[in-house]
Design a protein around this ligand. Structure first.
Ligand code: HEC
Ligand code: HEC
Ligand code: HEC
Ligand code: HEC
Ligand code: HEC
Length: 260
């Protein structure tokens, strides 16, 4: 004989077990409808580690950042001041490439730079292909991170080692990945003015050690030319956490922080 009581518990179809709690959370937290629907139907993949589209110009970060010593903010001018990190216009490149507009033996301009000169002469933008791209229903803000001492390297890895083959996506950029750091940011915090210095922590200079000491961190065991240990990074992170007044984990996982 079928057990009536257990049958009646399944009056709602199975999917309701998932939908009802999500809908309730959504209502309570005021999550936009879009997020809810995407969650139920399936999100497009942005977790594409290794994605490396072909770019119109074989621009090398390794050459310009590592060899020529350029700072990220020379080109990504808005990264400290706004949500979006600006991609440089042809004008910025031409600050230098005017002078080094070399001709080959046939009298032609360097083919690697053809798209740059074309954009500059026509006034049209260079058609760079976006590498990192979160879905529209999630909100990200560069300045909020850079100004709290989270470095580019935490999210984009060693861009200063990426060559003419272009930038690739190094991290997952999934919600779980964001939350992992939001719940425990200290290992990823450093003095705010070192956010664009991708070498920081790998080979410390004496000046960088002095800066850390000025935050009240015990620098015993830190040596110029050496990498910081995980424990030393934690110490620096704790000091920055306090100094920058970083919000507690509970507030950092609030749905409305990233879904507005
Ligand atoms: C001389 C200018 C210049 C400098 C300096 C520079 N970049 Fe870039 N960056 C570019 C250009 C041009 C692109 C677009 C082409 C590409 O994606 O390879 C780009 C793309 C990127 C991207 C991928 C953007 C996307 O589409 O998702 C990241 C991440 C990035 N840069 C990080 C950095 C970091 C970190 C630094 C400093 C260590 C830096 N860049 C310094 C010019 C520059
Ligand atoms: C601060 C000066 C400076 C700026 C700004 C700059 N470059 Fe360069 N770039 C150089 C130098 C120097 C070289 C090496 C030139 C050489 O070896 O002949 C170079 C080389 C290159 C090369 C390789 C050329 C080859 O023949 O291999 C490309 C491509 C390039 N740059 C693209 C860009 C783009 C795109 C931008 C803007 C996003 C840019 N550069 C901004 C200084 C600069
Ligand atoms: C906390 C993680 C994080 C940090 C730190 C970070 N980025 Fe990003 N970056 C992202 C994400 C996520 C995207 C994709 C954003 C989107 O699609 O809305 C992105 C996109 C970009 C883009 C493409 C334009 C844009 O804004 O979508 C550039 C250029 C870039 N980052 C450069 C940098 C540079 C330079 C730094 C350091 C000064 C940096 N990023 C620090 C996570 C980060
Ligand atoms: C490596 C650590 C780290 C990663 C990874 C990270 N964050 Fe953050 N995020 C922080 C820190 C630290 C803050 C600053 C908190 C504060 O000011 O109290 C922050 C702040 C924010 C804020 C608050 C902006 C504001 O208005 O104040 C948003 C939104 C945000 N992060 C979104 C994201 C998203 C989306 C991702 C993933 C794509 C992400 N973060 C990945 C560390 C991280
Ligand atoms: C730190 C930022 C951050 C916070 C806080 C956050 N999310 Fe997300 N969420 C994201 C990002 C980024 C994505 C897109 C991930 C992707 O493309 O795979 C996302 C995706 C989603 C999706 C789509 C399905 C999925 O899992 O990929 C749903 C549903 C969702 N979030 C609900 C929530 C709810 C409910 C909360 C609160 C409990 C929350 N989010 C808190 C950043 C955040």
């Amino acid at each position: 004989m079928p057990d009536k009581s257990s049958e009646s518990r399944f009056v709602f179809p199975r999917w309701a077990n998932v939908v009802v709690p999500i809908a309730l959370i959504a209502l309570a937290g005021g999550i936009p409808y879009k997020v809810l629907m995407v969650g139920l139907i399936g999100a497009p993949s942005t977790t594409d580690v290794g994605y490396q589209p072909v770019q119109p110009i074989p621009y090398s970060h390794e050459l310009h950042v590592n060899q020529l010593g350029m700072d990220c903010r020379y080109c990504h001018t808005t990264v400290e001041t706004s949500a979006f990190a600006a991609i440089p216009s042809a004008n910025i490149c031409m600050n230098c490439h005017h002078a080094i507009r070399k001709l080959n033996s046939a009298g032609e301009a360097n083919p690697k730079l053809a798209a740059l000169y074309k954009a500059y002469d026509s006034g049209m933008p260079i058609e760079w292909v976006k590498v990192h791209d979160l879905p529209d229903y999630s909100y990200f803000n560069h300045s909020a991170h850079i100004n709290r001492g989270v470095s580019c390297v935490s999210c984009h890895d060693r861009v200063d080692q990426m060559g003419p083959e272009g930038v690739h996506q190094a991290k997952e950029l999934s919600m779980g990945w964001c939350l992992k750091c939001h719940r425990n940011p200290t290992p990823n915090l450093r003095p705010q003015d070192q956010a664009t210095n991708l070498m920081w922590g790998y080979t410390m200079t004496q000046q960088e050690i002095d800066e850390v000491a000025s935050l009240g961190v015990d620098v015993a065991g830190m040596e110029a030319g050496k990498a910081l240990t995980d424990q030393q990074r934690q110490k620096v992170g704790h000091a920055v956490f306090d100094m920058e007044n970083i919000r507690e984990p509970i507030n950092m996982s609030d749905c409305s922080l990233c879904h507005r």
